[in-house]
Design a protein around this ligand. Sequence first.
Ligand code: SF4
Length: 295
Amino acid sequence: MKYPYKTRVGGATVTVFVPYDCGNHCPFCINKGEYADLTGFSVDAICKSITQMDALTPACDFVFTGGEPLANLPSLQRMLDCVPATHKIYINTTLPVSEHCSQEDLLAFAARNRGKITCINVSRHLQHYVQESNDELLSRLPVPFRVNCVLYRDYPAERLIPYLERFRKIPGAAVQFRFDYTATTPENLYRRSGDRILDDLSRVARYTGLEGCRMRCGFHFDYRGMALTYHKTLPYSTMVERDPVTGVTYAILYDILIKQNGELHADWDGTPLDPEAYRAAVFEPYDLRWLEKIA
Ligand code: SF4
């Protein structure tokens, strides 16, 4: 059944899967399999789709993810250069340093794109899932950054405080802990009782409030002056809902994907986006709001 699209003011976030891989094998990764065969992957096709999405929603946010966006700086530069300044750009990365790309190369890239990049989200987990570069690199980043940490299954809670102390020393650091989103359901999205992560964070940090929307939420904490969030999101990006006023049923889009071959998808399960239907999308105010705020 096809429904007309509805999305938030400015448009759904566009997540771009870069056409090259990372060197890691995180146990919770659901993207890795797509990088096993690079046939059809194309920077040109992705650039075309970026331009198409810019024409449809000139103020949407773009997120570059992978794979590893910073593993191929010339290709990432080409893609970033297709995104006009009306958009915010986020980059999900491990900040990989290698014999082909030094710390100074990464810093020079970030400095060159300072005016484009809104935030770099750096993966650093409690367990050693990703190849990590030196923490000193974080302190030298010329753009805002956030540390992302997936608390996966039976994570070692006793490492939380040493982990937080590690980043608290770095000026400008904020940490986002993430629930395994493949395990998130509409029933447990906001549930507090029995949520181990919430319990563990409440023991080590001061709870400051909750913000959320239909699709995702964030429990906020303060750890000795450093901002923490515990983020949960549903494992899909489209919700079907009937508008109680008009009676029209809409497919409400939160994320649009540009795949490694440039294809546009409306959900993580391979559902294609219909760009012509999206051109006629109805916009609503973003439903993300503070639900609780503690002074
Ligand atoms: S670094 Fe990211 S893309 Fe690579 S395996 Fe880990 S989660 Fe997957």
